[in-house]
Write a protein that binds this ligand. Structure first.
Ligand code: FAD
Ligand code: FES
Ligand code: FES
Length: 1348
């Protein structure tokens, strides 16, 4: 069979939002996501509502609904899918619905869109279309879903802003079952408080953040109908083979098995793309190239499922979701005895990937990839499943065993063979099967280790006739403990057997110290911990078979068997009642929804990459260093320039202006010049006519290096080489040495805190449009600091600032990560635009974004603490080391904030502190929500916890004893009034029923040996604003037009925090006109010059003040007109004013808070004010796996008089969940050569829906006036993040309980984040003691930790 000629190529027919698409030149390399977003010619407009977040199926931003007609069942199937993984060629006969297809502001919005918007379910809005589509698809299949179905439907969607609570609340409104009233009442509790452990003060009235009144109901007539033409096409018996050919790849989709086998014979190396979740990712991430791809999805024989007498045969192309449904039905219909394998598979399928993955990924694909972390293979192999294979030569059956995995011998799949179906046998009476898995996150995360285990006993005995143990995650593919299994045959199922089994398994399944994936000791522990669980589970089941013959499981072991269930979170938000007529400042103070919320939900909100392609637009891709420290010998761009569509390659030499620039405190470079100082440093950029061509060309740039010494990656190495950024920061108050001498006790310790990736959902994006004269440029850039972008573009082009116009409408999250780097991307892109004279776009893919940009600084804190018997802290001596990466960026400023924040909420009479920023060969770390405070305060809370452990007092007592109590003047000359801090603490204690729950937890811990609960309450006092007054200044421009409408422009960036909404509220209040009269357009350097970076939680403070100022100026001017005819309308006043030549445009200005700080003497007033808060969290840990679940969190925050409680609570919740991620799960991993491994959601896990506390309550402290701030409000963007550490300390409390029971008392080290690995290894027991340990110097570890 030869490849067809172009004339034989097929037409690709599918529908998008009801519109028929006929694609004559379908390219197999084009994904549906790219097609929707960029192919405006065919779809008339670009459908940019579907977002790019990661490109690897891990974030759900690109979720669409895929519908197909199944001719056999004659049913239309709708399922959610990730557009980034779907090649358009696979869409023949499919109907795609995108967020634009379900509703829009131009027609009618869909109830899902309406509810998510009204419930404040969007902040930056970048994840929102994906969320909407996941829920929309669920509702198409289940119009009245259960809350469990909602949680399951959202498992594949990430949000970095909201903390998910409001999204879930909005979806719950579709549930039939009654859900929590979510309302507090002045009488007492709501339906959450089953145990009545929460109490609410009398004065709080019934309040809601959003109303569920007048919501639109689901209306099926609003849904697009499935195109009848597609039904006809599916039923057509005259189907023919489809062939599509792109620039490099041919896609063949046969219709018969025979044809498929012939193709596989002809192209044995061609992969079968079913869901494309494996093939597509390999091509994208590993650069694998396949000239021919075969799609077997139209071959009926591969999708057939049949019940047999001895089991179930499942077609290889059945999706994992279909397999899940089939198994669920089988379990319901068949006797339990027969379905033990099915149940084990179902358990794994529940958490395998997200729903979007399970909907498209195939059963056969999962098996044949032989991925080491496959969740199905260990259980299928342990259960003796049979694979039915076919080739042109005929059919055969092979067992799914270790030969299949090794690819050797007769039981291996040959290149010309295909998997037709899989036979899963029924289980038998004396056979017991279990599956286990542990991952970094409960859902949508590949396992760290998993296992499939089966034992068959001699009938009526506990003598092992046969046993199988398969592990995933511990080798290059699924691994069988074959010899151990043989050794166990004939033994009795006793503790002695358990001990032997653990020993021999550890001897057989060897994991070298340098094994890929790292976590070696943890993985070894998991292998035998899982076997212990299996041992107990089998004992339990034997007991069910014959209650008299078999042993009881020891009571203390029962808790090992309980599995954490993902439950629907419940929540409560309390804040002061806002009744408009009682509120003189209305609409300031009201929970107005985000001004863009509806557009977020409909996909109409425009982000940088949503701007339609310009004429002749080009794309820029960057080339980055592959070495951590090396001299650049040569940069060869010749091969790149030869590729089709490539126009230019740019290096440092091509910059007409300056390559060096000053950022905050240090010197940085646009392009590396003579040497590179980290992996990921930008060396060169390539410009081409398309994204694909630019990326292909970038891969062809050849850079020669010569290694330079030393390569410094960790804090330890930096200290060894005295590699620091200057200056060292230190200060001392009181007399520390003397205080140490009089203290009752002294303790010393240290804490390592890992870094954090911002993981804003919108990656770095720039579009530069040259205007053709005077070097004028329009720069659209996703940044928090527009002025810096303007300055850097000008500096690179050698142009005045005034010709560079920078614009931001909104950004898809920033969190501090879009302050410095966007300017560099803008400058490079502008240079390309200047050289080519054409518009140039640069959108980083997730992997480059994570590689190039740094994040939160990893920290090491070393401390010595002197304290009294009653817990009073007398003296602290502390050293901080932060890992700044390769350039200074804002690292010194971050360190200063750390040192300012180390007090947290405590009065420390004698303190010596010293801080250094380590200069290493990692990407430069930068600002990140909290700006150094979370790391320093975590170290403080850690030594407080140590003091408690050492003194035998409870942590909350030590905290209470040391809290600021009375008005106290710090050495920094700032007055601190801790009244609200104490109120927060006391209210948190009360609302969380802390002591009562602590007792309950103690009781639980006594009863459960392998599960422990922990609780912690943490206070917070965080400084707000910059310590330089000029950085707190802000300006605004307000125009009133002749129809009365008002345009407000300010210097703040809308990144989800809702600044534009609050600004509209402020303008509405000041001008006394309805909100609808006011519009906020974009932030632009032309409207408000020299705007400061939007960060430090003070955007609304300063720009709100400026807008207020401008509005008051305007009102003053209008006053004479208004007083002349006081009953007249606003519109008439404006017209009259115009006729009287009153200027209807005004600037407003706020010069900043009165702050100043001398960092050498540590004298001054470094912040505008403090935000106070307290948080209490409860968790439960699994001591055998290190897993944990967040049970409940109560937060109380003092934010003064909130301008918009919904928005402020949203900020608190979102920041809390981001902090929970920082302190308990997010882990960056680098190779010993300094290469970042964790470059996407597949490896770097941020919190998902499954991670939010099962009960999540946030209250705002009833306000007290704070005269120097805007309407007595406070900025709250960052404060909540640190509160996430209450979960960390609750985990530590639970671990301490486990250790105590095992005879280990006193302090112990728990570094941050408290991942499953750290939790498990801290819960020392017989299993951790059994595992072999490697001598640290005897191997090169797979990963290094920058905080070490
Ligand atoms: C975001 C994400 C999360 C994931 N999470 C998990 C997880 O938690 N647990 C887990 O186990 N897996 C997980 N996976 C892996 C996923 O389950 C597999 O990639 C998927 O099952 C493969 O099926 P597919 O149809 O997409 O394969 P494709 O990509 O279409 O094909 C993969 C390979 O299988 C071969 N192949 C497919 N069908 C046949 C056949 N019938 N005969 C012969 N060869 C065949 C192809 O030639 C190709 O080499 C995840 C994947 C992604 C992208
Ligand atoms: S962009 Fe498709 S899942 Fe992230
Ligand atoms: S609103 Fe979800 S990522 Fe910003």
């Amino acid at each position: 069979m030869s490849l067809p000629s172009p004339t034989e190529l097929s037409e690709l027919i599918f529908f998008v939002n009801g519109r028929k698409i006929i694609e004559k030149n379908a390219d197999p390399e084009i994904s549906l996501l790219f097609y929707l977003r960029k192919k405006h010619i065919l779809l008339s407009v670009c459908l940019t509502g579907t977002k790019y977040g990661c490109g690897v199926g891990g974030c759900g931003a690109c979720t669409v609904m895929l519908s197909r007609y199944e001719p056999v069942s004659k049913k239309i199937q709708h399922y959610s899918a990730n557009a980034c993984l779907i090649p358009i060629c696979s869409l023949y006969g499919a109907a795609i619905t995108t967020v634009e297809g379900i509703g829009s502001t131009k027609s009618r919005i869909h109830p899902v869109q309406e509810r998510i918007a009204k419930s404040h379910g969007s902040q930056c809005g970048f994840c929102t279309p994906g969320m909407v589509m996941s829920i929309y698809t669920l509702l198409r299949n289940h119009p009245e879903p259960s809350t469990e179905q909602i949680i399951a439907a959202l498992a594949g969607n990430l949000c970095r802003c909201t903390g998910y609570r409001p999204i879930i609340e909005s979806c719950k409104t579709f549930c039939k079952e009654s859900v929590c009233c979510q309302v507090s009442s002045n009488k007492g509790n709501n339906c959450l408080d089953e145990e009545k452990v929460t109490s609410f003060p009398e004065e709080e009235n019934e309040v809601k953040l959003s109303t569920t009144d007048d919501l639109w109901l689901l209306d099926a007539t609003q849904d697009l109908i499935f195109p009848p033409e597609l039904i006809r096409m599916a039923e057509d018996l005259q189907k023919s083979t489809l062939v599509f050919r792109g620039e490099r790849i041919t896609w063949i989709s046969p219709i018969s098995l025979m044809e498929l086998l012939e193709l596989k014979d002809k192209y044995p190396k061609a992969p079968l793309a079913v869901g494309n979740t494996g093939v597509g990712l390999d091509m994208k991430l590993k650069g694998t190239f396949h000239p021919v791809i075969i799609s077997p999805t139209r071959v009926l024989e591969l999708s057939i499922m049949s019940y047999k007498k001895d089991g179930l045969t499942v077609g290889a192309t059945c999706s994992l979701a279909v397999v899940k449904d089939i198994l669920t039905n089988a379990v319901l219909e068949l006797p339990r005895e027969k379905t033990k394998i099915f149940c084990a598979l179902l358990q794994q399928l529940k958490s395998l990937g997200g729903p979007q993955i399970r909907n498209i990924a195939s059963f056969g694909g999962n098996i044949t990839i032989k991925h080491p972390a496959s969740d199905l293979n260990p259980i299928l192999a342990a259960s003796n499943c049979i694979l039915n294979l076919a080739s042109k030569e005929g059919t055969r059956q092979i067992p799914l065993n270790d030969s299949f995995f090794s690819g050797l011998g007769n039981d291996a799949l040959k290149p010309e063979e295909i998997l037709v179906s899989v036979h899963i046998p029924h289980s038998r009476k004396w056979e017991f099967i279990s599956a286990f898995r542990q991952a970094q996150r409960h859902e949508n995360a590949l396992c760290i280790v998993n296992a499939g285990m089966k034992v068959l006993f001699e009938e009526g005995t506990d003598i092992i006739r046969n046993v199988s143990i398969f592990y995933g995650g511990v080798g290059s593919t699924t691994t069988c403990a074959k010899k151990s299994c043989e050794d166990l045959i004939g033994r009795q199922w006793t503790e002695q057997m358990l001990h032997t089994a653990c020993k021999i398994v550890l001897e057989e399944v060897l994991l070298p110290g340098s094994a890929p994936g790292g976590m070696v000791e943890y993985k070894r522990t998991l292998m035998i911990s899982f076997f212990f669980k299996f041992y107990l589970k089998v004992l339990q089941e034997l007991k069910l078979v014959d209650n008299h013959r078999y042993y009881d499981i020891p009571k203390k072991d029962m808790s090992a068997l309980e599995i954490f269930q993902i439950k629907t979170p419940q929540s409560l938000q309390l804040f002061q009642v806002v009744v408009p007529e009682n509120l003189p400042q209305y609409p300031v103070g009201d929970s107005i929804m985000h001004e863009s919320a509806v557009k977020h939900a409909t996909g109409e909100a425009v982000y940088c990459d949503d701007i339609c392609p310009m004429d002749e637009e080009l794309f820029l891709a960057v080339v980055t260093s592959t070495r951590a420290h090396a001299k650049i010998i040569s940069i060869d761009v010749l091969q790149a320039l030869k590729l089709p569509g490539v126009l230019d390659a740019i290096t440092a030499q091509d910059i007409p202006g300056k390559n060096k620039f000053l950022s905050a405190t240090g010197t940085e470079m646009i392009f590396a010049e003579d040497k590179v100082i980290c992996v990921g440093q930008i060396v060169c950029a390539v410009v081409a006519d398309s994204e694909v061509h630019a990326k292909q060309a970038a891969a062809k740039v050849n850079i020669e290096y010569e290694a330079l010494e030393p390569v410094i990656l960790t804090i330890e190495e930096a200290v060894k080489h005295s590699s620091f950024f200057e200056p060292e920061r230190k200060f001392e108050q009181g007399n520390t040495e003397e205080a140490f001498e009089t203290a009752d006790h002294i303790l010393e310790g240290e804490l390592h805190i890992g870094g954090q990736e911002h993981f804003y959902m919108e990656t770095h994006s720039v579009l530069v449009v040259p205007k053709g004269e005077n070097k004028e440029m329009d720069v659209y850039v996703s940044t928090q600091d527009l002025t810096f972008a303007q300055q850097l573009v000008a500096s690179v082009l050698n142009a005045p600032f005034s010709v560079i116009k920078c614009h931001v409408k909104r950004i898809g999250g920033g969190f501090g990560g879009k302050t410095v780097k966007p300017a560099q991307f803008a400058a490079i892109t502008a240079l390309a635009a200047d050289r080519t004279g054409r518009a140039v776009r640069c959108i980083l893919d997730r992997s480059d974004d994570m590689l190039i940009t740094g994040g939160r600084h990893p920290y090491l804190g070393k401390y010595k603490v002197g304290f009294m018997n009653d817990g009073r802290i007398m003296a602290v001596d502390i050293r901080y080391y932060s890992n700044g990466g390769c350039t200074e960026d804002k690292s010194i400023l971050v360190l200063q904030v750390s040192m300012l924040g180390l007090f947290n909420a405590y009065k420390i009479p004698n303190l010596r502190c010293c801080g250094r920023v380590c200069k290493t060969n990692l990407p430069s770390n930068t600002s990140f929500r909290g700006f150094g405070f979370p790391q320093a305060a975590l170290i403080t809370e850690s030594w407080i916890t140590d003091v408690a452990a050492k003194s035998g007092l409870s942590p909350e007592k030590v905290r209470e004893v040391n809290l600021y109590k009375e008005a106290y003047q710090k050495h920094l000359k700032m007055d601190i009034d801790p009244d609200n801090l104490i109120r927060c603490w006391n209210e948190c204690m009360e609302k969380s029923s802390y002591y009562k729950r602590k007792m309950t937890i103690e009781e639980f811990n006594k009863q459960n040996y392998w599960k422990k609960k922990g609780i912690a309450i943490i206070p917070l006092k965080v400084p707000v604003g910059f310590s330089d007054q000029y950085l707190n200044q802000g300006a605004a421009l307000v125009h009133i037009y002749l129809d009365g409408s008002v345009l407000v422009t300010h210097g703040g960036i809308e990144m989800g925090q809702g600044i534009s909404t609050k600004i509209i509220q402020i303008a509405s209040h000041e001008l006394k006109i309805p909100l609808s009269y006011i519009h906020v357009y974009e932030t632009s350097t032309t409207m408000v010059p020299n705007a400061n970076v939007s960060s430090a939680s003070i955007g609304t403070d300063v720009y709100g003040m400026a807008v207020k100022d401008a509005c008051q100026t305007l009102l003053k001017r209008l006053e004479p007109v208004m007083s002349k005819s006081p009953k007249d309308s606003w519109e008439n006043w404006i017209k009259a004013a115009f006729k009287q030549s009153v200027s209807l445009s005004a600037t407003g200005y706020f010069r900043g808070y009165d702050v100043h700080m001398d960092w050498n003497t540590w004298e001054g007033h470094p912040c505008a004010y403090f935000v106070y808060a307290a948080a209490c969290s409860e968790v439960e840990i699994d001591c055998l796996t290190g897993d944990h679940q967040n049970i409940r969190t109560d937060i109380i925050v003092d934010i003064g008089c909130s301008i918009n409680p919904a928005m402020d609570i949203g900020q608190i919740e979102g920041a809390f969940i981001q902090g929970l991620g920082l302190f308990t799960m997010e882990e960056l991993k680098y190779s010993p050569e300094g290469v970042l491994y964790t470059r996407g959601p597949d490896h770097y896990k941020i919190p998902a829906v499954c991670d939010i506390p099962k009960e999540f309550n946030v209250s705002l402290l009833s306000p007290s006036q704070t005269s120097n701030t805007l309407y007595s409000s406070k900025g709250v963007g960052e404060a909540g993040l640190f509160l996430g550490c209450s979960v960390f300390f609750a985990i530590k409390d639970a671990i301490a309980a486990a250790r105590k029971e095992r005879g280990l008392t006193g302090t112990f080290l728990l570094n941050s984040p408290s991942t499953p690995e750290h939790i498990r290894m801290a819960c020392i027991d017989q299993f951790t003691k059994m595992i072999p340990r490697d001598d640290p110097g005897s191997y090169v570890p797979w990963a290094i930790s920058p905080s070490q």
